[in-house]
Design a protein around this ligand. Structure first.
Ligand code: ME8
Length: 494
């Protein structure tokens, strides 16, 4: 059976990872954890894009050999991912041997198909975006995407005939409503495809740190042609078993790189006779306190460091990033809003629910989940909520999935206040309430697991659940010993 395959962009290593880069990795981590929890075999790919002119420039600036520089920087990405519990299955680097080999094989295939020809490129190049632009596309003589200066390139180059596949790509987008998500991005691409596509220059002669073109080694392959193929390398292409993973189920990225993923990438795959991915999902862009994140402004947010500063677990950041805005829309990172969400939603609602439930079981049932019967109303509510949650998760609608879970959390908190178990005398009803609470916090632990895995594990420990315990409602057995534990979310003082 084909495994579930999710990818992120591979990141340029000319700067440190931050909330923007982590955002996509976390989004992939959430769906990967969710699918694994629900019994799927999953492969989650992320990594670093190293053969770029701007990477070579950054290495020069720091006075380190490019090879050493990319080693150091890719390690920093791995560390940042680890610090946020990003559970990838492979961290690919475009300098990995198997990747270089796959790129060369892929190039050969496209070349033999007659889709690569030699020519001459004259036009503008943005090193920061590693993108070619025509004079007409520039904005005030600057890159229309990042606003930085562009440079004039006049080089002999090899072109990839992407124009040949324009009609087929348009047809594929129209026939497959889930191919580009969200809809606004699909419309953007279809609108762009109304003009004739230009062929893409796929080799460069003015820098060295790249994969040499077979038979013409003064050329190295252009960064995007090389980078996009990483998704196939990791699947084991062109080995027979690559279809165990390919086509990818979700390819996630920021909205600024969709033309490469929704036009160039499909054209490359069509040329090589490889199936197109199921869904390309482009999320929105983070600003910080209303401004574009940049080193020179000094407002770059490093997520684990930020959590350390506020003395809160990294799960608070994992929660905030997906609760702050719908996945697909733009959003602003604000320290004040982060604090508000941690205090009002995580500490007051979720943390409070777990600690009240555990304290109540501890106090009124001798630290044991009593033999009770679950509240029918709450159980039915849970079943309804679960349906919405699964449908939202499968669409990557993380924002509403969290909304759904937190509505339930709120409901259970209200159940405690309404029932006032501290006023109930020993026996039947008290045991029913405590039993219901144990089931509810177990259920909540399963639902939040993809977003907040450490918190989920802590709830499981407090609930006395062993390793490998099946994460389902109604699974907390009677007489299980609970264990009072630490406060899940300390409040942040302003
Ligand atoms: O584009 N808000 O790499 P890159 C949201 N190497 N997401 C953000 C973000 C922000 N402020 N900043 C970065 C490249 N991202 C190529 C990709 S793939 C074959 C090659 C995330 O280091 C978002 O996913 O510039 C964006 O698409 C990606 O980082 C860009 O990373």
């Amino acid at each position: 059976m084909k495994n579930f395959y999710v990818t992120t962009p591979i990141y340029y290593v000319n700067g440190d990872p931050h909330i923007g880069t982590l955002y996509t990795a976390l989004a992939a981590d959430i769906i990967a954890r969710y699918k694994k929890l629900n019994g799927k075999k999953v492969f989650f790919l992320t990594g670093t894009d190293e053969h770029a002119e701007k990477v070579e420039e950054a290495a020069k600036k720091s006075g380190v050999k490019t090879e050493k520089y990319v080693d150091l920087m890719s390690k920093r990405f791995k560390e940042a991912f680890k610090s946020m519990n990003v559970s990838y299955d492979r961290f690919i680097r475009t300098t990995d041997n198997d990747h270089v080999k796959t790129v060369l094989e892929f190039y050969k295939k496209v070349y033999n198909k007659g889709d690569i020809y030699k020519g001459f490129y004259e036009g503008w190049y943005c090193v920061s975006c590693e993108t070619f632009w025509t004079e007409k596309e520039l904005k005030d003589c600057k890159c229309p995407d990042c606003g930085k200066s562009v440079k004039m390139l006049k080089e002999e180059t090899y072109f990839f005939k992407q124009s040949k596949y324009q009609k087929e790509i348009i047809k594929h987008i129209r026939d497959n409503p889930d191919f580009i998500k969200p809809k606004a991005r699909k419309n953007e691409i279809l609108s762009f495809l109304k003009q004739p596509l230009r062929d893409l220059s796929i080799t460069r002669t003015t820098f060295k740190f790249g994969i040499p073109v077979p038979g013409d080694e003064k050329h190295v392959l252009y960064v995007w042609f090389d980078a996009l193929i990483n998704y196939l390398t990791a699947a084991g292409y062109p080995g027979k078993k690559y279809t165990n993973l390919w086509p990818a189920n979700f390819q996630l990225m920021g909205k600024e790189i969709i033309r490469f993923h929704c036009i160039t990438w499909p054209a490359m795959l069509l040329s090589a006779g490889v199936e197109l991915p199921e869904t390309i999902f482009a999320h929105g862009w983070w600003t910080v306190e209303g401004k574009k994140m940049s080193k020179s402004v000094g407002n770059v947010v490093h997520p684990a460091e930020f959590c350390r500063k506020h003395k809160v677990p990294v799960d608070t950041m994992r929660y905030f990033l997906f609760r702050q805005m719908p996945f697909g829309s733009d959003g602003d990172f604000s320290e004040a809003q982060f604090i508000e969400r941690v205090n009002n939603e995580l500490a007051s609602e979720l943390g409070n629910l777990v600690s009240r439930s555990i304290v109540l079981i501890d106090k009124y049932s001798n630290s044991e989940v009593p033999a009770g019967i679950a509240d029918v109303k709450l159980k039915n509510k849970y079943a309804q909520m679960l349906k919405n949650y699964h449908s939202e998760m499968n669409k990557l609608d993380y924002y509403n999935a969290l909304n759904t879970v937190f509505k339930f959390v709120h409901l259970v908190n209200k159940y405690i206040s309404d029932k006032e178990p501290w006023k109930l005398s020993d026996g039947g009803e008290l045991h029913n309430v405590l039993f219901t609470l144990a089931q509810c916090i177990n259920a909540v632990s399963c639902l939040i697991y993809p977003f907040m895995p450490e918190t989920s594990e802590e709830i499981d420990t407090q609930l006395g659940k062993g390793k490998g315990y099946n994460k389902n409602f109604d699974n907390i057995k009677r007489n299980v010993k609970i264990k009072k534990g630490k406060i899940l979310f300390p409040r942040i003082s302003r």
